[in-house]
Design a protein around this ligand. Structure first.
Ligand code: HEM
Length: 307
């Protein structure tokens, strides 16, 4: 099987650097070669600083894919599903290339990010960069542990990586990002019990509410979906908190073997159930960006570097 990029199923790290680029060079051959070179940069730092658990992901925007690899399109590639309902909006803010660098050392993330930018200089515009960090014991800035129900071990690969269904794109992954900005003041004014009801888990000990006690507006109720056969619909979340003393939030990342699970979950959060009961978490945290990508396998990027 084609080898997935190392960052797709990597274990959580202490630091991340997220780089969002738009391409200004029409020569796609140059970009294909540069992307393969970026994989070498990831590998170099991984070898030099093995204790830092370095990993990287290169993902190509749904709107830019056909320019970069003409004639070869992942079966389910689709634009970010812009959604709006009442005062809730999950906007689409497309982006050509997304690079995720992660490590347990901030200096290593910085060094890799700098090399990536140097390599792409003159060919792209960097329009957003965000530093992610691990907060306390893996909590989001709302104070709740994030990632508990993520698939583990080999199950991660089944959920996040394309298999035999699309042989040309085996080993790749559909990736969605959303930068959420959290209204910390209004969240913190909410009594802990109300916060817990909104998440559907206890705050301090991270215990899941019993199904009967979960409100329909709870985030874990709205995002926990089943298909027609009663099978869980799953994504692999690689989100990390970001921010400073004035702006705070979550850089949300979903990886899956199809874009459908993320789209269904977001729909359930924004539009709600048959009674229009939406995800109350969205009253406190707002997505300011949203973009859809495909992260091809290592094998694919390397194979196409000279073509
Ligand atoms: C700022 C935005 C978000 C925050 C703060 C957040 C936080 C959380 C927290 C604290 C949990 C419970 C622990 C866990 O299992 O990880 C959770 C679960 C989950 N979240 Fe989110 N989340 C956000 C956005 C999203 C989005 C946009 C999606 C998908 C479209 C999503 C999908 C899920 C799923 C699938 C679960 C597991 C549900 C279960 O099976 O119990 N989350 N999230």
């Amino acid at each position: 099987m084609a080898q997935p990029q190392k960052g797709i199923c990597a274990e959580p790290n202490l630091h991340a650097q997220y780089l969002m680029f738009n391409v200004i060079d029409e020569d796609s051959q140059v970009i294909r070669a540069k992307l393969a070179h970026i994989l070498d940069v990831f590998e170099h730092y991984d070898n030099e600083h093995y204790e830092a658990m370095v990993s990287g992901v290169i993902a190509i925007g749904s709107n830019y894919w056909a320019d970069l690899y003409p004639g070869l399109i992942p079966l389910e590639l689709a634009p970010f599903p812009d959604m709006e309902c009442d005062d809730r909006h999950a906007p689409a803010t497309p982006c050509d290339i997304f690079i995720q660098v992660r490590a347990d050392r901030a200096d290593v993330c910085f060094a890799i990010g700098s090399e990536v930018c140097e390599l792409l200089k003159g060919h792209v515009e960097l329009f957003e960069e965000i530093k992610g960090f691990r907060y306390l014991d893996g909590r989001d800035l709302t104070g709740f542990v994030d990632g508990t129900e993520n698939p583990r071990g080999m199950r991660k690969f089944d959920v996040a990586v394309v298999g035999d269904s699309d042989p040309d794109f085996q080993g790749g992954s559909y990736l969605h990002i959303q930068r959420y900005r959290t209204n910390m003041d209004s969240w913190q004014r909410l009594p802990v019990k109300n916060q817990e009801d909104i998440i559907g888990r206890t705050k301090e000990d991270n215990v899941e509410y019993a199904s009967a006690d979960k409100a329909d507006f709870a985030h874990t109720k709205r995002s926990s979906l089943k298909d027609a056969d009663g099978k869980s619909i799953e994504i692999l979340r690689q989100s990390m908190p970001y921010g400073d003393m004035s702006v705070k939030g979550l850089f949300f990342i979903s990886l899956a073997n199809s874009p459908k699970p993320f789209t269904l979950m977001l729909k359930s959060m924004v539009f709600g159930d048959e009674n229009s009961t939406y995800d109350r978490l969205l009253d406190f945290t707002v997505p300011e960006t949203g973009a859809a990508f495909f992260a091809p396998s290592l094998t694919f990027i390397k194979r196409h570097k000279d073509s």
